[in-house]
Design a protein around this ligand. Structure first.
Ligand code: FAD
Length: 508
C-alpha cells in the first residue's frame, strides 16, 4: 500500500499566482497544497526585514487599480473570484506619475504626466505632441478593441501596430518605456496582447498601494487560503517531477519526500518547470519508432528530445537592479514634489535591452516614491523611501558571486551611479549634501536576488520572452501559471493563477 500523500492539486510556488490559484481551488473543495522553496510567501512580491525595517521586494505600485463601482476589469474580476472585499486590500491611489525623456533642463526634454484618470494622459499627449494626437486616439481605440486575454491569439509585434498610428519615434518610445519596464520579458519590442495588457493596466486603470505595502495583500491571500482549507508547505521546494506515460506521476521534494497529485500547477516559469521533469522509460514520447528501444538508444534519444524542447523555450535575458534609500524625511521635503512613479530615459532612443558590457545600464530606469500615494487622512509613511530600478546583466553579476568583496564593491559603485542618474530627472536639491545626511538605511537588489526570490534562470525578471497562454506543458497534468503564462504584475499574476485553475482543473 502506498504511503504517499495525495493531493487533487499540487501548486509549485507561493507567489501571487500560486496563492490565488490555491484559494480558487480550495474554495471549490479541492485538496490542494502549495509547495514553496523559500521561507516566506509572495515570491517576487514578498517582503523582508533588515534591522527591524520591513522592505517590499518588488512592489512599486499595484497596477490595474480601478475605483469602486467600475466593473469588468482585472481587479474586480479577481476580487470576485477570490471572494475578497476590495476594502481588505486597502488600496490607496497614486498622486501622479510621469514619463520623462531627456534630463532636467536638457534641450528637447519632454514629460508626459499621468494619473488614474486617463484624460490627464491624453491631454498631455495632445499638449506635447499635437501632430500625433489623432494617431494616439486611434491607437487607444485599437487597444480598447483588442481581446488581450484570448488564449489562442497569434503573436504580433506591438511596435508594428503602434507605428501604424504614431509617426513620432519620441512618442513611440515614451509609450513603450513604462509598459516595457512594468511587464516586458522581450527586448526592443513586445507582443501586441502583452502591450495591450500593460497599457490598460497602467494608463486606463492605474496605480495604488496599501499603506503597509505588499504584506497587506499577502496577509489577505494567506487568510483566505487557510480559511478555505488549503495546505501550504514552506521551505519545501519541489526538486523533481517524475513522469509516467506523459503525466507527472510524483513530485520529489527537496527533503526527498515523494507526493502525488492529480494536477500540478507550476508558477516557477516554463524553463524552470521543464528542468524539474525527469522523464521515465515508460514515457511514450521517448520510445523510438513506437517500439521498446535499447536503454542506451533510449537515453540518447530522450536526452536529445529534452534538449530539443528546451531550446524552444528561450530563457529570459532581462534583469533589473533596484536601489532603496530610506530617508528620515519625506521626498517632498527635498523639493521633489508629489510624483509617485517616474519612468526616465536620457538617450535619443529608449533601449530596452540587456546591457552587454556593463553590470547596469543607468541611461533609463524607474524611480518610485512609495510616500506619494494618497493615504487616508493625509497619513504619511514614517520614513521617506526612494527606490530606483535599472536594467542589469545577470552574467556579469553572477561572475562576482564567488567573491563577496567584489560583489559588495560593485553594489556600492552602482548604487551611487544609479542615484546620480535618477537625480537628473528630479528637481534639483537645494543642498546637495542633504540627501546623504537624511539617509538612514540603504539596500539594493541585483539579478542574483531575483533568482533567490523566484528561482528564475538568469535572474530573468519577467521570465521567458515567449509566453504560453494556454499554460500547457509537455506533461498532460502539469500546467503553468504566473510569469510565463503571460499575465504579469501583482494583479496579472493572481488572475493568471485563477484562470489556469479554472481552465485546467475546475472546468474539466
Ligand atoms: C523589481 C520588481 C518590481 C516589481 N514591481 C511590481 C509592481 O510594482 N507592481 C506589480 O504589480 N508587479 C510588480 N512586479 C511584478 C510582479 O512582482 C510579478 O509579476 C509577480 O509577483 C509574479 O508572480 P508569480 O506568482 O508569477 O511568480 P513569483 O513571484 O516568481 O513566484 C514563484 C514562487 O515560486 C517559488 N519557487 C521557485 N522554484 C521553486 C521550486 N522548485 N519549488 C518550490 N517553490 C519554488 C519561488 O520561491 C517563488 O516564491 C515587480 C517585479 C519585480 C522583480
Amino acid at each position: 500500500m502506498s504511503t504517499h500523500t495525495h493531493y487533487d492539486v499540487a501548486i509549485i510556488g507561493a507567489g501571487m499566482s500560486g496563492l490565488a490559484a490555491g484559494i480558487r481551488l480550495a474554495h471549490f473543495g479541492k485538496r490542494v497544497c502549495i509547495f514553496e522553496r523559500h521561507n516566506a510567501p509572495g515570491g517576487l512580491n514578498g517582503f523582508y526585514s533588515i534591522a527591524g525595517r520591513k522592505y517590499d521586494v518588488g512592489l512599486h505600485a499595484v497596477t490595474n487599480y480601478v475605483r469602486p463601482g467600475v466593473k469588468g476589469t482585472p481587479l474586480t474580476k479577481l476580487l470576485r473570484q477570490l471572494r475578497i472585499d476590495r476594502d481588505e486590500f486597502a488600496l490607496c491611489e497614486q498622486k501622479q506619475s510621469r514619463v520623462t525623456f531627456g534630463p532636467r533642463g536638457a534641450a528637447g526634454s519632454v514629460s508626459l504626466r499621468f494619473t488614474n484618470d486617463f484624460a490627464v494622459f491624453e491631454n498631455e499627449v495632445a499638449q506635447n505632441f499635437p501632430s500625433q494626437i489623432d494617431g494616439f486616439r486611434a491607437l487607444v481605440a485599437a487597444v480598447r478593441a483588442h481581446n488581450e486575454v484570448s488564449l489562442d491569439a497569434k503573436p504580433v509585434s506591438a511596435r508594428e501596430i503602434v507605428r501604424r498610428h504614431i509617426a513620432d519615434p519620441l512618442l513611440e518610445d515614451m509609450l513603450f518605456c513604462p509598459v516595457m519596464y512594468y511587464g516586458s520579458a522581450q527586448e526592443h519590442d513586445m507582443e501586441w496582447s502583452q502591450f495591450v495588457i500593460m497599457f490598460k493596466a497602467l494608463f486606463f486603470e492605474g496605480f495604488a498601494r496599501p499603506f503597509d505595502g505588499v504584506r497587506v495583500i499577502i496577509r489577505v491571500l494567506l487568510e483566505k487560503y487557510r480559511a478555505a482549507g488549503g495546505e501550504r508547505r514552506m521551505k519545501c521546494g519541489v526538486k523533481k517531477i517524475i513522469t509516467r506515460e506523459n503525466r507527472a506521476a510524483a513530485l520529489v521534494l527537496d527533503n526527498g519526500e515523494e507526493i502525488t497529485a492529480t494536477h500540478i500547477l507550476s508558477s516557477i516559469g516554463a524553463v524552470e518547470t521543464e528542468a524539474l521533469i525527469e522523464f521515465s522509460i515508460f514515457d511514450s514520447r521517448f520510445s523510438i519508432g513506437g517500439a521498446a528501444a535499447p536503454f542506451s538508444d533510449w537515453r540518447g534519444s530522450a536526452q536529445s528530445k529534452i534538449e530539443n524542447r528546451k531550446s524552444k523555450i528561450p530563457e529570459g535575458r532581462l534583469s533589473y537592479v533596484e536601489t532603496i534609500t530610506v530617508l528620515n524625511r519625506q521626498p517632498a521635503d527635498f523639493g521633489w514634489g508629489d510624483d509617485t512613479i517616474i519612468f526616465f530615459n536620457d538617450s535619443p532612443r529608449f533601449n530596452y535591452e540587456r546591457p552587454e558590457h556593463a553590470q547596469v545600464d543607468t541611461r533609463s530606469g524607474v524611480i518610485c516614491f512609495p510616500n506619494n500615494f494618497a493615504y487616508p487622512g493625509d497619513q504619511q509613511l514614517p520614513e521617506g523611501l526612494f527606490r530606483c530600478t535599472c536594467l542589469a546583466n545577470y552574467d556579469l553579476w553572477k561572475n562576482l558571486s564567488d567573491s563577496p568583496g567584489e560583489y559588495r564593491a560593485a553594489k556600492q559603485r552602482w548604487f551611487g551611479d544609479i542615484a546620480a542618474s535618477a537625480k537628473r530627472f528630479l528637481p534639483p536639491l537645494a543642498q546637495p549634501a542633504a540627501l546623504e545626511s537624511a539617509t538612514v538605511a540603504t539596500d539594493m537588489f541585483t539579478p542574483l536576488t531575483i533568482t533567490k526570490f523566484t528561482g528564475h534562470a538568469a535572474g530573468a525578471i519577467y521570465g521567458s520572452p515567449v509566453k504560453n497562454r494556454p499554460g500547457r506543458t509537455a506533461l498532460d497534468n502539469v500546467y503553468l501559471c504566473g510569469t510565463d503564462q503571460g499575465f504579469l504584475g501583482i494583479i496579472g499574476a493572481m488572475l493568471s493563477g485563477i484562470s489556469m485553475a479554472n481552465y485546467h482543473v475546475l472546468q474539466k
